[in-house]
Design a protein around this ligand. Sequence first.
Ligand code: ADP
Length: 496
Amino acid sequence: MATPTQSDIDRLAALAVPAGKLLIDGKWLAGEAGETVVLSPINGQKLTTTAAASAGDVARAVASARASFEAGIWSRMPPAGRKAVLHRLADLIEKNSLELAVLGVRDNGTDIGMALKAEPGSAAGTFRYYAEAIDKVYGQIAPTADNILALIHREPVGVVAAIVPWNFPLMVGAWKIAPALAAGNSIVLKPAETACLTLLKLADLALEAGVPPGVFNVVTGPGRVTGEALALSMDVDVMVFTGSGPTGRRLLEYAARSNLKRCYLELGGKSPNVVFADAPDLAAAAKAAAMAIFRNAGQVCVAGSRLLVETSVHDEFVSMLAVSAEKMLVGNPLSLATQIGAVNSDVQLQGNLGFVSDAVKEGGEIVLGGKRTLLETGGYYMQPTVVTGVRPDHRLFREEVFGPILAVTPFRDESEALRLANSSDFGLASGVWTSNLSRAHRMVRGIRAGVVHVNTYGGSDNSVPLGGVKQSGNGHDKSLHALDKYTDLKTAWIQL
Ligand code: ADP
């Protein structure tokens, strides 16, 4: 898509946003539990309302997913047929990409530049990736005795429930919806309270593309009502989730209390970005380290939120980073000039500020930012914040903030760097900056994380898995590996 002009964006941003409804069995319905008021993080004003699904609404959505799955209209459609529908959906996402991006920015505060790339752009690519994959995945024949034919089939699991967060709802949603649908499952999606609107539009586009009614249902509403009912359902086969650790723990409890549904959890991180004095280009590394934490106001699960820097270059590196970060323009996320948009909600902003005051109490030093900004807008904005002198026992070292706050810790040598990098309950992402090839490989082997970036931070592709170890969760989004979550293996043991 050609880069939009500011007036294209402003025109779309001036449109009223209709109230959101639930999508159950192909019909748009009000929620039995009332409505949720959606406040725009840009100005704190009411943007629209979304429906709140009761336990009964959720049960109906799950029943509709089950009925459509059993009917076979999607689950037994030849993969090439599902592929054609998912390509049509990708076409529609691309056709509506500016509208989707602007709507998402008004709802969750991501800057428009990033939203265009990371939301509709990425989601369309994800639907195409799994559309293309699904008629190229084969079953297997096992190497058994000669008088036996053992076929290993891959079947859709049935009903998939997806609970997704408010940062990058389209991108993260597509990581789950696209492979689940491609594999022939029916789904019930539960978006986050503060970022439903683009996913409701996506569901509408899916109907238009030809996904049959009942195959893709959406229930919006509070986590503790709608999400809980979905996770406690006796008829959901697989639960996929991206969100916080405490909610992930609850989902496992709900699974244990209900039907032992399989749960795949992506629970964020506290990812170390490790800079050695022999990094190929320290100035470039400093710029990248600022981007690694401050893009999308730090509301990125793989954000490089712990910067570990070799003592000999610590001061120089931190000042280069602070200069880069200070230049990043915090502002209205609908402006093409903005580099750091709004924090998603007031709750999130207050949490961020709490982390800053605790960091100071624990002995950290704020070398940049630390405050709320643009108060006159009524929106939720925060300065990019850099805290030095953060030690492993500090809260800022241990807990995920999900905001624009960087914790900086010095190290003396490689073994201390590795020890600090792994001193975390999380293990999602990481980065290493060095021109020593052997050291780079040693760090890749040593760091316990789903990804280790070397001399860059944050690049990715649909072809590589994304997932964590330790308390960052289990299972993978993206790549052909993601299909494992949405398919079951079945053996046919045939006596010849
Ligand atoms: P955050 O704290 O970043 O908002 P959450 O884990 O609370 O992250 O939210 C991620 C998703 O989980 C959202 O869709 C939210 O509504 C949902 N959620 C929150 N609490 C529960 C719960 N108890 N049961 C099911 N879903 C929940």
